[in-house]
Every structure is written in C-alpha cells, then in structure tokens.
Design a protein around this ligand. Structure first.
Ligand code: PEP
Ligand code: MG
Length: 613
C-alpha cells in the first residue's frame, strides 16, 4: 500500500502509546525492517568445528527466546483485542524455539552435513516452510497455511540475525517517505538513516535518553520508542502516523485522524519558522546574564543544522559515531581531516571533542575486528571497560585520537573531553598521555601552542560528581552528562523500555549531584556546562540557571527553544526557584513544580516562565 493508496475498508484504527522521543509528525507506509534476510556468507565448517557451531546455534536460540519473551511480557499494556491478536503469534515463535523439529533439523544439518549454523538455519526453515505449503489443505485454510510458512521463515531470519550479529536492519530497500517500524534500532543503525528519505521511526524497545533516541533527535526524525506490541501490530501494508511529541502511533488511521495529523504537520512547520528568528538574537537573560548555548554533534551530516541553529560552538562532539559502521579503525590522518572539517565549519567558535566513549550500548565492530575488544561483550557493559577506562588500557588508540585532535586544533579553538571518568588518577594518567602525544608531535615538526587545548572531563557518574571538588583541581573544565548521571545514580538503563518510567533526571538524587559538581567548579572559577539531554529541554532552563549554570550544549534543533526560554527569564527568579526545588525530596513534587505535569495544588510553586513561551 503506498502513501496515497486508499485505506482498506476493513482496516481498524489502533492507537499505541510509547515514549515521545523526537518531535514532529510522520505519516507514511510501514517499512518493516525485519524483511530483508541477513546475509549468510559462511556456509561450510570443518568436522572439528561441530561442537563450537552447535554452541553458537544454542546461544542464538537462547537470545531469540529472550527477545521474544520480553516482547510477550510487554503486551500486557495493550488493549485486550490487540493482545489477543499478537500473543498467539509470539507464542508460536517461542514454541518453535523449544524442543522442536526446527531445532533438531538445524542441529543435524550442522553435525551431519557440516553446515555453518546460519546456513543450517536458512536451509532448515526453508525446507519446513516449503513442506507446510505442500500439505494438501482446504482452499479456505490456504491463508493460514501461508501464515505458518511465513512464521517459520521469520524465526529463521531472527536466528540468523542473532548468529551473524549483523545490524538488525538493512535500510537499503527503504522506500522514500516510509516510516521505519521495528523491534529495536541500535545507535549504529540509527546513524545510517537518511532523514531526507525516512519519514519517522517507531520501535518496541528503547528509552528517552538512549543513544538511539539522541541520534533520532539529532537527525530531526519524528520518533516514538518503547511502543509495546508495535512491530507485531504494524506490518508492511499498513500505514501509520507517528506523533513524536505525544508519543503515539496510529495504525491504519481513520480519515479524521489523518486530517488532524496533517494540521499538526502545518502547525509544527509554522512553529519552526517562528523560532528561526532566535538564531540571530543574543542568548541573554532578561536581567542581562549571558548564557552560552552550544550544539552536540554526533555525525558530520548534522553540521548544516548546527550552522542554522544559532549556537556558539560545539559543546560535545560524540566521536564514537565516527568509529561505527566501518570495518577498520579511522587512522590519525582520517580523524584529523574529520575534526579539522568540523573546526573549520564552526568558523572560530570552539569545538569540544570527546574522545572515544566505547561501551554500554555503543557497539563498534571495528574495535572487535582490530582485536581490541572481544566479540562477546561483558555481562554488564555499562559497568565495564567503558570510555576512558578502555583508552587508558589501549593507549595506542588514545594517542592516535589525541594526535588527530591536536593537529586539528591548528584550524581553530578545540577542547578535549574525557568520558566516564570516576577518579583523579584517570585524569592524571590521561594528561600524561596527552602531553606525551604533544611532545611527539612537536618532535615531528607540528606547530602546537605552548598551552595545549584545555582537557576537561564528563561528570556523568556519581563517583565523579561526588569527587568534583578534587577533580576540579586536575581538570580544565566540566561537562555534566546528565544522561549517564541519571542512569548510574538511579541504576536505571537509559535505553531500556521496561524501566523507562524509573529514568528520571529530575530525581532529587540526580539534581543534588548536578548541584554539587556545579558548585565545585564555580568555587574555583572553572568552566562548567551541561551536555546531557536535560540541557535541551526549555522547561528545565530556569532550574539549571538557578543552580548557577551558564553553559549548555544540546541537540541543534533545541537551541532556538532554549534561547527563547533564556531570554524570558530573570537570573534572580531562577535562583529563588532553584532553592525551592532543591529543598524538595519527592521526585513527583519536583516534576510538578518544573513540568507542571500533575494537577498542581492552589499554592503550587511554579517555575518562572518566559513571557514569550
Ligand atoms: C551523558 O551521559 O549525559 C552524555 C552527554 O554522554 P552520552 O549521552 O554520549 O553518554
Ligand atoms: Mg555519557
């Protein structure tokens, strides 16, 4: 069904609800990205590899069961009739992954025909599907028969994807204007989406501040994540409307829903036009306090949007995205070119380059290929060898990146930012490597300034926040990463839909850590900024200003809105408001004061509001 084709008569509108992740409305046909089968390149194995291959297959079965069990558990939030449609399908998949003919058949192909696990899965599911279709059935059962055959093929594709660890999705066949609907989009996959071709994204999994969400916001793609039951309910052939502000997905919308969505598209475009005037206005509070607004950059494709945003520099360049979706690691020369390109594009405004923050949900295949990290990661990657920990162990990787940053610094002001710092010793060790790299470059004849570009640290772990006074003596600046700070403080995975309701950057524990770190920096007059997603939410600007913060780095599209908020606020009002907020111990009360998202009592304290909002 194309975008313009008429709605089938029997289509029934269903509205599913998820997490609003990236504003805007997308209307289009579903592109079910599970469709293309993963590529199988390895077919035969040696006789001695049978046990290993069977082990790989068992692991893929276990992983597939885990994925499906999770989808099944989340169906409870759906209306009963939707549950009734989707649950039997997931049960059928799960049954095939129990003791079944499929599993026995795959294992015997591995052991007897010496096929690789993925080749055995493809051959066995193909044979089973063909056998189903050959069974004689009444004509009215024909459709059910075809469905069973397709279920077997789908389970085969899932097993192969898990075996090959191939990116879950291939976007090659994505038709222009389609809406991407699937279980999960990894950050590396999101980086491959072309916003001029994709209308929007909706997934079953994901959280509001995971890296996939951050990428989708950066690309300006309307997106709703964490929509239970979605990928089973919205299939190819359906059309959908995604409302990235309300967090809804309408499947097979009625003409009335469609008309309302079209109105919202127009209103959204008008609002963007209205905000465009802030690009040229100063970022200053109504009582004259200057506030620095910078942009976060994940992929160079964002540069034009950043140039349009009215920001004054890049407060966080997430360099890990330049290491993704490639087979080899970028060389010093290649990295130098990339960083230099960004620095030149910023025309004299500073660029803060964060060194590689590998780990947690950010998978980088080139690091596996280079033998730097194992193929099978830690049980608990968010607490593993993430960020600076990996770089201090793999100093060659660190030195290459630092050399490239130092060379790019000849083109304009840069700053170096260290991720996932938890101790003073890490900052000292990183600085030693930095100075060693600078000495080596000077010996090579590179011209470097006597005073090296500042080296700052992310404050994104409770450990760093609580040692901020000590870290302030060694670091040149702080960038407060409220995404990870919230995740590690509350022990809630920021990209996990099951616990998304517990992820709360406004929890008093998180706010107290932000306050503690900010005050530690201000006491020694050291620059401090916020570069987590909190910075880009204009509703939080009064609180952050009230805590004494004057520098924020955010998704480029948020800059005009935050500037509008800044210009309507008075610094003194913000200070008073922050004091009241910081006296609170109940997260719900804080949300009410700041977001006003529960019915406020008559004497409620309200956040100071910009007259223009
Ligand atoms: C953060 O953790 O807040 C942050 C800005 O870093 P990232 O989102 O890349 O982990
Ligand atoms: Mg972080």
């Amino acid at each position: 069904m194309s975008r313009n084709s008429p709605r089938p008569k029997d289509a029934k509108e269903r509205i599913l609800v998820g997490i609003p992740v990236s504003a805007g409305i997308a209307i289009g046909p579903v592109f079910g990205a599970a469709e293309p089968p993963a590529l199988v390149t390895r077919h035969e194995i040696a006789a001695g590899d049978v046990a290993t291959e069977t082990g790989r297959f068992d692991a893929a079965v276990a992983q597939s069961r885990k994925q499906l069990t999770k989808l099944r558990a989340r169906l409870a939030v759906l209306p009963e009739d939707s549950q009734g449609e989707i649950a039997p399908l997931l049960d059928a998949y799960l049954q095939m992954l129990g003791p079944s003919r499929l599993l026995r058949g795959v294992k015997s192909r591995i052991a007897e025909k010496l096929r690789s696990a993925e080749a055995a899965v493809m051959a066995e599911t193909d044979a089973l599907a063909t056998a189903f279709l050959a069974l004689p059935v009444d004509p009215e059962d024909r459709l059910g028969q075809q469905r069973r055959a397709e279920e077997v093929r789908e389970i085969g594709r899932r097993l192969v994807r898990n075996l090959t660890r191939a990116p879950f999705r291939s976007f090659a066949g994505l038709p222009d204007g389609a809406v991407l609907v699937c279980e999960n989009v990894r950050p590396a996959d999101a980086a491959l989406l072309d916003p001029s071709r994709v209308a929007g994204v909706a997934t079953d999994e994901g959280g509001s501040d995971g890296h996939t969400a951050i990428l989708l916001r950066a690309l300006g793609l309307p997106a709703v994540l964490g929509v239970a039951g979605l990928s089973q309910a919205a299939l190819v052939g359906h059309s959908v409307i995604i409302d990235g502000s309300a967090g809804t997905v309408a499947i097979d919308p009625t003409p009335a829903t469609l008309a309302a969505a079209r109105k919202k598209v127009t209103a959204f475009a008008r609002e963007l036009q209205r905000l465009a005037k802030y690009r040229r206005l100063e970022s200053v509070t109504s009582d004259g306090k200057a506030v620095e607004l910078q942009a976060n950059l994940e992929i160079p494709a964002e540069l034009p949007m950043i140039a349009q945003s009215g920001c004054t520099g890049i407060g966080l360049l997430r360099s890990e995205f330049m290491f993704m979706n490639r087979e080899t690691l970028p060389s010093e020369a290649e990295q130098t070119e990339t960083y230099r390109g960004v620095v030149e594009a910023m025309g004299g405004d500073p660029v803060t380059i964060r060194v590689l923050d590998w780990g947690a949900e950010k998978e980088i295949e080139a690091l596996v290929t280079a033998g730097i990290v194992p193929e099978v990661g830690d049980q608990n990657p968010a607490l593993g060898l993430r960020g600076i920990r990996l770089l201090l162990r793999e100093t060659a990787l660190f030195e290459t990146q630092l050399a490239a940053i130092l060379r790019a610094a000849a083109a304009g002001p840069v700053r170096v930012l260290l991720p996932m710092v938890t101790s003073l010793a890490e900052v000292k060790a990183a600085r030693e490597v930095y100075e060693r790299v600078a000495r080596r470059l000077r010996r090579r004849g590179e011209k470097l300034p006597d005073l090296l570009p500042p080296m700052g640290i992310m404050i994104e772990t409770p450990g760093a926040a609580l040692s901020a006074d000590a870290l302030a003596l060694e670091a040149d600046f702080f960038a407060i990463g409220t995404n990870d700070l919230s995740m590690y403080t509350l022990a809630v995975d920021r990209g996990e839909s099951d616990v998304a309701h517990l992820y709360d950057p406004l929890h008093p524990a998180v706010l107290r850590l932000v306050q503690f770190a900010t005050e530690a920096a201000l006491r020694v007059r050291m620059p401090v900024s916020v570069c987590g997603e909190m910075a880009g939410n204009p509703k939080l600007t009064s609180l952050l200003l009230g805590l004494g913060l004057r520098s924020f780095s955010m998704n480029a599209s948020a800059v005009p809105r935050v500037k509008q908020a800044v210009r309507g606020l008075s610094g003194d009002d913000c200070t008073r408001f922050a004091r009241l907020v910081m006296d609170q111990t109940d997260p719900a009360r804080i949300r009410e004061m700041i977001l006003g998202d529960t019915a406020a009592p008559a004497r409620a304290v309200r956040a100071p509001r910009s007259p223009s909002t």
